[in-house]
Write a protein that binds this ligand. Structure first.
Ligand SMILES: O=c1[nH]c(=O)c2[nH]c(=O)[nH]c2[nH]1
Length: 285
């Protein structure tokens, strides 16, 4: 029986990077968590030969040095710069993945900021010798509709207790990742991000929903209709359940006014919406 090394990668995870631009009295702030993963001819490293190993410490240093040297503008652009650098300069490295999460700050004044509880912006960049892929995304976008949501007509079996409803709260915490068809084509990274976020929110608000699955498809298709640069979008929607509290023991009715918000267990609705003419790129994810 032969035993061989399978897929492997290595890198520095979650480098915390804050970049300030001091352009006169008005400063700008970007706050990112950057993770690097590299793969290639690394079998020797798994037998004790480090001659092809760029230390993860060096990878971390490169993130900081590039932040100084090139600045940190859009996460996608910074990720492409870093990933391309590792593939171009390291003979053993044929694949680089850089994942970036941007932590949002909103401006309070010329040099004052408030950490924003809103969604985080994400980018995941993959570079090989002959291809680059960008997946952008967001997480932590918490939204709720207090009506225009029904759930009924579902399968009933001997274990079903859920009451059917024609009026419920629909709440979720959107995580979405979307793949760009081509790099450098179309709107800027930042305006595309805002366009996708706005499309997702608008579809959530506008959709009269019979299930979170229907809302997922409406959100994904709105994003693709509006943002032509996207090839596909993957959505993860936890159903943040709100159950009506039984107030009858207190002689009180409850006409959809008092709910208990539960955090677990939760329904988890996931799906991909894609253009049928977009060539698949599983290696981008
Ligand atoms: O929108 C929903 N989809 C489901 O599949 C489901 N299942 C469930 O118990 N509640 C809900 N709500």
């Amino acid at each position: 029986m032969a035993i061989t090394l399978g897929d492997n990668r290595y890198g520095k995870a979650e480098v915390r990077l804050v970049r300030v631009v001091r352009d006169g009295p008005r400063h700008d702030l970007r706050d990112l968590t950057v993770s690097v993963a590299l793969a290639g001819d690394l079998a020797p490293a798994h037998s004790g030969d480090n001659s092809g190993v760029l230390p993860t410490d060096t990878q971390k240093n490169t993130v900081y040095a590039f932040a100084k040297r090139y600045g940190v503008d859009e996460p996608e652009a910074f990720g492409l710069l870093l990933a391309r650098h590792f593939v171009d300069t390291q003979p053993a490295i044929h694949w680089a993945r850089v994942d970036l999460v941007e932590h949002p700050w909103s401006r309070l004044g010329p040099h004052s900021f408030s950490h924003d509880g809103g969604p985080t912006r994400h980018a995941s960049v993959t570079v090989t010798a002959d291809a680059s892929h960008v997946v952008s995304g967001l997480a932590g976008l918490v939204v709720a509709n207090t009506t225009d949501s029904e759930f009924h007509g579902y399968v009933r079996d001997g274990y079903t207790t859920l009451p059917e409803t024609t009026d419920r709260i629909l709440a979720t915490e959107v995580a979405a990742r979307w793949r760009w068809s081509a790099i450098g084509d179309g709107p800027s990274w930042g305006s595309s991000f805002q366009g996708v976020r706005d499309a997702l929110v608008a579809a959530f608000v506008d959709t009269y929903s019979y299930s979170l699955q229907q809302t997922l498809y409406a959100m994904g298709s709105r994003a693709l209709e509006q943002q032509k640069e996207l090839a596909e979008i993957r959505l993860t929607l936890p159903n943040k359940h709100h159950f009506l509290v039984d107030l009858a023991p207190f002689g009180l009715g409850n006409d959809n006014e008092v709910y208990v918000a539960t955090d677990r267990p939760y329904g988890l609705i996931e799906g991909t919406v894609l253009r049928d003419d977009a060539p698949p790129a599983p290696e981008a994810w």
